[in-house]
Structures are given as C-alpha cells and as structure tokens.
Write a protein that binds this ligand. Structure first.
Ligand SMILES: O=C(O)C1=C[C@@H](OP(=O)(O)O)[C@@H](O)[C@H](O)C1
Ligand SMILES: C=C(OP(=O)(O)O)C(=O)O
Length: 439
C-alpha cells in the first residue's frame, strides 16, 4: 500500500499578493463527479467514456482500483478522456484507497459483487477515517466483511478490512447513520442497482452532512437510467436494473475553484472561472454567494463566473453542513476579515483527511490569529497575522487554504504543498499563473 510521507517535507513559500488580480483560471474536472461516473461506467451494460475527467491522486486511485476489480480503463487522446469497458467484478485482489474518501466508501459495496475477497487498505491517515456505517450496512444486506488480520466475527470500524465478494448481493432495506459522512449513503446507492433486490436506505443519524453530494449521486444514477426514489426526506430507494453505458462530460471542480475565487477578495481584482455550470449538484455552487456576503461581487455570463474583490473582507456566520469541503477556504478568509466569523454545521470535518477543525484552529493560531473549535465548527476572530510554517496534515485543502492566507500575510510557508495532488496536481503552477508570476 502507498503511504504519504512522514519525513519533514520542504516548505513552499506562499506568494504575497502584489497587485489586484486579473486572471482566468481553468479548473480541472470534479473529483466527486469523476469518481461517481467511473464507478457507474464500470458497472454499466457496455463501454462508456468520460471526458474532462479529473486526473489526480484520488481519481487515479479510483482508476487503479476499478482496473483491479475487473474493468478496462483506457486513456484516450487526452489524459482527461477515459474509455471504460466493464467486466465481471473480480475478487482475489487488493484496493489501495490512499486517503480518498470516495474510494474507501464507494468501493466496498462494489467489491461485494466480486467473485472473491477484496482487501482494502490505505494511507496511515486513512486508517482513522470512519468506515463502520457502510460496513455494517453491507453486513445487513447479506455481505461478509471482516478484519483481514483476525478470524473475529466483529465488524472492523476502520481500514484495513476485507469484503468477501460472493458474486451477488441480496440487497434489501437498511438503516445507516450517515451523520459522519454522506459518502456512506452515496457508496451504497451507487452499487445498489446491481443488488438482486435493489436497496432501500434510511438515514437514522441526528444530522446529515453534504446533502448536495447525495443529490449528485441520485442525479448521476438517474442520468444512467437507474430508477431512484428520493421522495421521502432521509430515505432513498434504488430499483434493481441495468446501468446505461454513456459518453459523459465532467463539470469543473467548483470546490477546487473556491480558493482561486476567494483570492480576489484577499488581493482585490477579478478572478474568472470558465465552464461554470448554470445547474449543478456540486456544493461549490454556494461559493459565489458566500463570497458576496464577505464583501465580493460576482457575475455569471456565458458560462464564465467572475468574482471581484477589494481586498477588504467581512466576517460571516454560516452553516456549511451542505458543503463542508469548502470550510478550509472560508476559514482562511475569516482569519483575514475585518470582523469575527462563525462556521457551523461541520462537526463531521473531524473525520476528513485530518481533523480539519483542530487543524484549522491550530494553524490559524500559529500565525497569531484567534480560532476556536466549537461543538460543530469554528469561531474565528481576526487578529494581525505574521508569517510562519503552516502545517497541512496530508490534507490538500489545508494546503490551499494556507496559500490563501499567504496571499495576505508575508512569510507564510506551506508544509508539504504536494498534498494538493489529491485533487489538483498543478495547484502551485495554477496559483502562480493566477498571480502572473509564472516564469
Ligand atoms: O461524495 C463525495 O464526493 C464527497 C462527499 C463529502 O464527504 P462528507 O459527507 O464525508 O463530508 C465531501 O466532503 C467530499 O469531499 C466528497
Ligand atoms: C473531504 C474530502 O475528501 P474525501 O473525498 O477524501 O472525503 C475533500 O476533498 O475535502
């Protein structure tokens, strides 16, 4: 299994904004859409194609895993064009999840269709991310899951684990507590049309994060001809049936666009993102309005989103439950604002790539800021900040939010900026080009 390095990585000097921005930034395909569409293509009735797919560590982990599980995936005339030919789901193999939530939560239900055992493991940081709800659901649905190192009948709560594929999954009804991650729901729904009786899934937790990501799952399933009933809140039904083979284009990743757009508020000037969808299930669709509340303005014309800022940022009180992956960007803006901010509804960020609430509070504090964890979020009170090393904890969004802080604070150095390869391999190149300082 691959693992992220624990040796001290060289730091990257985050550039300070020298002048108001005037940049157009092309953002690669959405991680969430790419990895859903790959899974559905690998379960489809025939060969299909993704265009504009993301190529990053998370997407490539998904590609490698699906290949080992029996799909043929060929790269077309552009690296972002992927031709997928489904095959019988193969067992007797291992899946490296890296640190990708989409791989570790979407593929166990897929592996349950295999003709043999599939062992899952990932990065050291992945071994603490919550897994139990999806594994417990699989057991209820008739699938055996066990700890690869023991003969105990007790369900593993985390990676590593083995899913004993038996060639088919009975399916049926299951209750899932998805309060720690919407991905438990999405993973089960994505494979459910291939279960003999389909699936009826009821969420039983107190809160449900990332609802747009579940809606994205439902939309991609319906686009592939799968019958999904989402007429009752917190319940989803998937009818058994074929998954259509398709030729699909992936939208740009709007969450990855967030730090670039937010730069306009820090540096002043305008940042433009082409290919912004008018209708989308991506939670990044919330970004323009949130930036407006913090002092920016935006327009969407001919598919180009433009955000303009003045360099003056206002604090915000916002429930980010629907788009928790945006929190690191807004925490950085909040630390640079002229009034306090409260980010709410994001307790589940404690199970992301790292405990993001602790990491953001610690790193903002390291720069001289004031940031406190609450039960379900952060309270950030702006203070004058000074440069220092910002630690990233193997978390790509800690790195991009540190870059944003560095636009406004001289001397910010980002530890292991290479962690951005999880979803955006050329992050530093794109950032420098945005600032007009690329060689
Ligand atoms: O399904 C998806 O593609 C995702 C769902 C969300 O996970 P959580 O519900 O665990 O936050 C999000 O944060 C993650 O980046 C991607
Ligand atoms: C939470 C995230 O990723 P993952 O898909 O690994 O959960 C994220 O990208 O912010």
């Amino acid at each position: 299994m691959t693992s992220s390095t624990t040796a001290p990585a060289p730091t990257w000097e985050a550039p300070l904004a020298g002048a108001p921005l005037d940049a157009t930034v092309e953002i690669p395909g959405s991680k969430s859409l790419t990895n859903r569409l790959l899974v559905l293509a690998a379960l489809a009735e025939g060969p299909g194609t993704l265009r504009g797919a993301l190529r990053s560590r998370d997407a490539d982990l998904m590609i490698r895993a699906l290949r080992t599980l029996g799909a043929r995936i060929e790269v077309g005339d552009h690296p972002s064009t992927l031709h997928v030919t489904p095959g019988p789901v193969a067992g007797g193999t291992e899946v490296d999840t890296g640190l990708a939530g989409t791989v570790m939560r979407f593929l166990p239900p897929f592996a349950a269709l295999a003709d043999g055992p599939v062992r899952f493991d990932g990065d050291p940081e992945a071994r603490v991310r919550p897994m139990l709800p999806v594994l417990a659901a699989l057991r209820t649905l008739g699938v055996t899951v066990h700890d690869p190192g023991s003969s105990s009948a007790e369900l593993p709560t985390h990676l590593p684990f083995t899913v004993e594929g038996r060639g088919s999954v009975p399916g049926g009804a299951v209750d899932v507590d998805a309060s720690e991650s919407s991905q438990f729901v999405s993973g089960l729904l994505l494979a459910a049309a291939r279960f003999e009786r389909g699936l009826t899934l009821r969420h039983i937790g107190a809160t449900l994060p990332s609802l747009p990501h579940i809606e994205m799952t439902v939309a991609t399933l319906r686009d592939a001809g799968v019958v999904v009933d989402d007429s009752r809140d917190g319940m989803w039904g998937v009818a058994p049936g074929p998954i259509a083979a398709r030729d699909v284009r992936v939208e740009p990743d709007l969450s990855n666009a967030a730090p670039f757009l937010a730069s306009a508020l820090v540096a002043g000037g305008t940042v433009r993102i082409p290919g912004w969808p008018t209708l989308t299930t991506q939670p990044g669709a919330m970004v323009p309005e949130l930036l407006e509340r913090m002092g920016g303005t935006y327009t969407l014309a001919d598919g180009v989103l433009s955000v303009t800022g003045t360099g003056k940022i206002h604090g915000i009180d916002v429930d980010l439950r629907a788009g928790g992956e945006l929190a690191p960007t807004f925490a950085a803006l909040a630390a640079l604002a002229d009034s306090p901010s409260r980010l709410r509804g994001i307790a589940h960020l404690r199970g992301h790539e790292t405990d993001r609430l602790a990491a953001l509070a610690r790193e903002i504090t390291r720069l001289g800021g004031q940031a406190e964890e609450t039960r379900d979020g952060l309270v950030i009170t702006p203070r004058p900040l000074r440069g220092d090393v910002v630690r990233t904890y193997a978390d790509h969004r800690m790195a991009t939010s540190a870059a944003l802080l560095g636009l406004g604070v001289p001397g910010v150095r980002v530890e292991n900026v290479g962690t951005t390869a999880k979803t955006l391999p050329d992050f530093t190149g794109m950032w420098l080009r945005m600032l007009g300082s690329a060689s």
